[in-house]
Design a protein around this ligand. Structure first.
Ligand code: AMP
Ligand code: MG
Length: 327
């Protein structure tokens, strides 16, 4: 079976095509703001302007590999969570494409897709997933369905990093730039370490880091102190989920997972607990269409299909709302 998936919940407009065996094609047309952060309406405008050309490119490239439009078996799309205006563009394109090709439509939960593509590519069985992206930060594991064992009480870690970066005059996305600065940091300054039960929070940390920067502490040390504090919070909750559930695999998902310091901290924790650490390649770590295509395929193979009437966007769609019928 061949599945085409459309992602566009935030910055990355992306179309992926997969079979049960592998990723056949992945094409991205990201929205990069000239200044400031991601503006939902501007991102949606970008997606609607670029969608037609991106799909055309995908179909042309598919033809080169011997796959015709009618060979596509399902059209999957990111139904939520995400930015409303962006989701609407994605859902509209997916409906049109499914109707035009006469193929079934499958609405996919974006967070679930991050987890499932990681499990698939890394061959992980039952991992605790640390999902860290711009808008989301969650510790997820499966017990029957997928459950959220810990999550941010305010903003996502990626958003927190981007806010601090912007404040220090760095361009969006701030993640890689903060990482580069942090590598040169020498002194650690204490910042609020906020873990409440199994949840964490980042907005107070951002405010405190901004104050540190304002007080004349070098940007390198601010970035370093921020990363050490925020990542320790994430790793602590991941470790506690691992211990509580008695599991032995950790999977990283989401764009912030590209950060080498976060990965290093997770690796050390996993080594201490004799757990395996899994990370998909970078192009499948952040938002991408292949993860939507793959998860659509998985869901469809269990009899799941989304009628046009049920294809309304779900900006607050949670992973624990999804019935999980596959292994
Ligand atoms: P996603 O929403 O999953 O595509 O992830 C996007 C987020 O990942 C943005 O907030 C980026 O700043 C962040 N990001 C990307 N690369 C890195 C990095 N190397 N370190 C930290 N954050 C990163
Ligand atoms: Mg994401």
């Amino acid at each position: 079976m061949i599945s085409l998936g459309i992602e566009g919940t935030a910055w990355n407009l992306s179309v992926g095509v997969v079979s049960e065996k592998d990723v056949i094609l992945l094409e991205n047309d990201p929205y990069i703001p000239d200044r400031g952060g991601i503006h939902p309406r501007e991102a949606a405008q970008h997606h609607s302007e670029k969608m037609g050309a991106l799909l055309k490119k995908v179909f042309l490239k598919l033809r080169e590999t011997g796959i015709e439009p009618e060979d596509i078996d399902i059209v999957a799309f990111s139904q939520g969570p995400g930015m409303g205006p962006c989701l609407r563009v994605v859902a509209t394109a997916a409906r049109v494409l499914a109707l035009k090709l006469g193929k079934p439509l499958v609405g996919v939960n974006h967070c679930l897709a991050h987890v499932e593509v990681g499990r698939w590519i890394c061959k992980a069985k039952n991992p605790v997933t640390l999902y860290v992206s711009g808008g989301n930060s969650q510790v997820i594991a499966r017990k029957g369905k997928y459950r959220v064992f810990g999550e941010t009480l305010d903003i996502g870690i990626g958003n927190a990093i981007d806010k601090l970066a912007r404040y220090m005059g760095l361009k969006h996305p701030g993640g890689p730039r903060i990482e580069k600065l942090a590598k040169k940091g020498k002194n650690y300054y204490e910042l609020p370490y906020v873990v409440k039960g199994m949840d964490f929070s980042f907005s107070g940390l951002v405010t405190a880091a901004k104050k540190l920067y304002d007080s004349g502490i070098p940007a390198e040390d601010v970035a370093y102190s921020f990363q050490e504090t925020a990542f320790a919070m994430l790793v602590e909750v991941t470790e506690r989920a691992l211990a509580y559930l008695n599991l032995d695999e950790v999977l990283i998902a989401g764009g912030v997972g590209a950060n080498s310091r976060l990965r290093e901290m997770l690796e050390v924790m996993c080594e201490d607990r004799s757990a395996k650490f899994y990370s998909p390649p970078k192009e499948l770590l952040g938002d991408n269409g292949a993860m939507i295509a793959y998860t659509g395929l998985l869901m469809y193979s269990c009899g799941f299909e989304t009628s046009v009437e049920d294809s309304k966007i779900k900006p607050d769609f949670r992973i624990d709302e999804v019935e999980v019928l596959w292994d």
